[in-house]
Design a protein around this ligand. Structure first.
Ligand code: UTP
Length: 302
């Protein structure tokens, strides 16, 4: 069995949920505290043993390439000023070697993955989306690679979501379950509210065998008028079987505004330099918004 050494990071979407912030800036560059979302994703891929990463970019995404490039002038100034801790952070992102390919129009996630087919060739590969950041003892993509190595089949990362949120996700109709691994009747992209077969949702982490490209090349249009990766996965599931794996770890939904703001607060609270100031600031905001009695109860529970 061939090892998983390559990953695709699709980053060519329009980021409409964050407009107008994403009019001239890629959604993937929006920061969680001081690091762009895409850097968390790249680091997860590297920590999972991936050796080569291709980012699918599109119009207005040059900032991603600049972020992962060397910034000579900036580094020189930081060095001269003795700001070595910041210099180290800046250099961390320029040490990774990424490949890029452009998706000329945002036809959908399935199409974005298909754009990277020549880079992948005939090998199994990982796909990581920037909509979710996962914190886990064993990196999420590594968990999926381990399941792929056990089963030889494509494995899709899933976690349970609130039943009234299923219409936002690709959803799994599970058949059998062993430990955290599911055989799947079908994968459904964004089911109509109230008609989801379960609340197990696809979380933007995949390990796929290269035969997925046989289905993606048909360019069939699905939910939302887009070429959906989930539809190709369902076809592959019908022909060869695809597993869903309920991975361990905490997942942060950074692909929509509320999740993005909550994640920033959560991560900032774990930053020693920001924690106390943030708590004080939040208390003041809560007090102003909710009144003194409620804030007293909130502080007491903390
Ligand atoms: P999303 O649907 O979450 O991203 O796709 P989006 O389209 O940019 O965001 P909204 O819905 O308009 O707010 C998941 C991932 O797939 C990429 C996106 O960049 C994102 O990282 N994607 C999506 C592509 O690369 N190409 C596409 O055609 C669509």
């Amino acid at each position: 069995m061939r090892k998983v050494t390559k990953a695709i990071i699709p980053a060519a979407g329009l980021g409409t949920r964050f407009l107008p912030a994403t009019k001239a800036m890629p959604k993937e560059m929006l920061p969680i505290v001081d690091k762009p979302t895409i850097q968390y994703i790249v680091e997860e891929a590297i920590d999972s043993g991936v050796e080569e990463i291709i980012v699918v970019t599109g119009k207005g995404k040059r900032a991603i390439e600049d972020h992962f490039d060397v910034a000579f002038e900036l580094e020189h100034v930081l060095e001269e000023k003795g700001k070595l801790d910041i210099l180290e952070k800046v250099r961390k992102s320029s040490h990774v070697n990424l490949h890029y390919i452009r998706q000329k129009r945002a036809f959908g996630l399935g199409h974005a993955v298909w754009c990277a087919r020549n880079f992948i060739g005939n090998e199994p590969f990982a796909v990581l989306l920037g909509d979710d950041i996962v914190e886990a003892q064993v990196p999420c993509t590594k968990q999926l690679i381990q399941q792929y190595e056990r089963t030889g089949r494509s494995v899709i990362g899933v976690q349970s979501v609130d039943p009234d949120q299923t219409h936002r996700y690709g959803i799994v109709d599970p058949r059998t379950k062993m430990d955290h691994l599911y055989e799947v009747n079908r994968f459904v992209e964004k089911p109509v509210k109230g008609q989801a077969p379960s609340n197990l949702a696809i979380m933007g982490r995949y390990v796929l065998t290269p035969d997925i490209f046989n289905y993606l090349e048909k360019h069939e249009v699905g939910a939302g008028g887009e070429i959906q990766l989930t539809d190709a996965i369902q076809k592959l599931n019908e022909d060869k079987g695809v597993y869903a794996y309920d991975f361990q770890g905490t997942r942060y939904d950074v692909g929509e505004q509320l999740g993005f703001i909550m994640t920033n607060i959560d991560f900032a609270l774990r930053n020693a330099d920001l924690r106390q100031g943030l708590i004080t600031g939040l208390e003041e905001i809560m007090e102003r918004e909710l009144g003194k009695e409620l804030i007293a109860g909130w502080s007491g529970r903390r």
